[in-house]
Design a protein around this ligand. Structure first.
Ligand code: S3P
Length: 439
């Protein structure tokens, strides 16, 4: 049995000081994948040494890639080249990580060996047809369960994949990235069209490694004609982890926090736009470009937030931040309305239902809808809430303590280690009154 972690957060307090939050999860996954496929030795700094990205690291070690962990987020990846991966001896276990499973399914579809991908209870429930269907159109052979979930049994179709022109039914960077990785092994061109912009770290990093990807408005195209040349990658802090403190320092009185070296790629900054529309005081300082990705320091100071109708075009640009944005809405004056966010129902948990259940326990007027939530701000009470093993829900309710009228207990928080193992330390250093116990 894996251990259970419970968070206890006292009511009130403020956040003050400076922090560099954990490395970007999306970029950490991609640094391992592309560094492994590159020719030469890739050096990575700022790598997120958390369970999700480490499952990707282990998967590539299991496929014969030598990866040195030199401590403090520094890696040396001895790339094996585009055709250098070896058959894993056992199924690749990908824990809680949807990104690992969806991106790997595309990459492994065109290899000269077979593979099986498995995951934990949550990952085994998540929809995989969104990747296996287009991959099948490319000539891939991937078996799912009848429900379209993992384990995925992949028969490698080396030299047999054909490029497709695919219009994605949902705005998903994982699906886009999966198909681009498969396209690196397909005959002809693979073009993916997205209904709305999603994070473009795959495209940027492929270009950084010297592999051609054409991006034209909402389309990205790739062929098998290219190779990856080793490079140096500096992974910035994850804006999705910074988001907890962007909201925390906004809602807590007398707060002033500086978040250092945060990735502000425009496909990820929806949380800043939404909070600013709600009246937050967030300054973007010291903007620079690091390894092809925009980075900045973010200063956030307390402010009284107001409810808004969240513009739908911002939804994919803030897709992982809604648990904590719901906490912001609960502290705002008036109504906040989220629509067009049905994707939240198929994340690590059903984030609409699990957040609505927890908010209602805390006395918040929160009404879940098919594709979002309506929250009438007016304060947060105390109580015991379930995170359902969802890391971002656990951290969101911990932040809620800053404005709660009584203590909050959050169950099932071990998965905070999948994305932000230093959350408790950083949060308490900044002033959150958070303790935890294990059983
Ligand atoms: C991710 C894409 C998003 C996001 C996930 C990471 C990625 O998922 O929710 O946490 O790294 O590509 P979708 O593409 O399914 O929206």
């Amino acid at each position: 049995m894996s251990k259970k972690i419970t968070f206890h957060v006292q009511k009130g307090g403020s956040l003050n000081g400076e922090a560099r939050v954990a490395g970007d999860k999306s970029m950490s996954h991609r640094s391992i994948m592309l560094g492994s496929l590159a020719e030469g030795t890739t050096h990575v700094t700022g790598f997120l040494e958390a369970e999700d990205a480490l499952t990707t690291l282990q998967a590539f070690r299991d496929m014969g890639v030598e990866i040195e962990q030199n401590g403090d987020g520094c890696l040396t990846i001895h790339g094996v080249g585009k055709h250098g991966l070896k058959a894993p001896k056992a199924p690749l276990y990908l824990g809680n990580s949807g990104t690992s499973m969806r991106l790997l399914s595309g990459l492994l579809a065109g290899q000269a060996f077979n593979s099986i991908l498995t995951g934990d209870e949550s990952l085994s429930k998540r929809p995989m047809k969104r990747v296996t269907e287009p991959l099948t159109k490319m000539g891939a052979d991937i078996k799912t369960t009848e429900k379209g979930t993992s384990p995925l049994e992949i028969t490698g179709k080396s030299g047999k994949l054909t490029g497709i022109d695919y219009e994605m039914p949902m705005a998903s960077a994982q699906v886009k990235s999966c198909l681009l990785l498969a396209g690196m092994y397909a005959q002809g061109e693979t073009t993916v069209t997205e209904p709305a912009p999603t994070r473009d770290h795959t495209e940027r990093m492929l270009n950084g490694f010297g592999y051609p990807v054409d991006v034209d408005k909402n389309q990205a195209s790739i062929t098998a004609n290219g190779k990856l040349t080793a490079m140096t990658i500096d992974v910035p802090s994850d804006i999705s982890s910074a988001a907890f403190f962007l909201v925390g320092a906004s809602i807590a009185e007398n707060s002033n926090v500086l978040l250092k070296h945060v990735g502000i790629n425009p496909t990820r900054t929806g949380v800043i736009d939404i909070l600013r529309l709600m009246g937050a005081n967030i300054e973007i300082l010291n903007e620079r470009t690091v390894g092809g990705e925009p980075v900045a320091d973010l200063r956030v100071i307390s402010s009284q937030l107001k409810g808004i109708a969240i513009p739908e075009h911002l939804v994919p640009l803030a897709i992982d931040e809604f648990p904590v944005l719901f906490i912001a809405a609960a502290c705002a004056e008036g109504e906040t309305r989220l629509t067009g966010a049905e994707e939240l129902r198929v994340k690590e948990s059903d984030r609409i239902q699990v957040m609505a259940d927890g908010l209602q326990i805390l006395g918040v007027n929160a009404e879940p809808t098919a594709d979002g939530m309506i929250i009438n701000g007016g304060g947060i009470g105390g109580g015991t809430v379930e995170s359902q093993g969802d890391h971002r829900i656990a951290m969101a309710f911990a932040i809620a303590g800053l404005r709660a009228s009584a203590a909050i207990t959050i169950l099932d928080c071990a998965n905070v280690n999948t994305s932000f193992p230093t959350f408790k330390k950083l949060a308490t250093d900044l002033g959150l009154q958070l303790t935890s116990d294990e059983s």
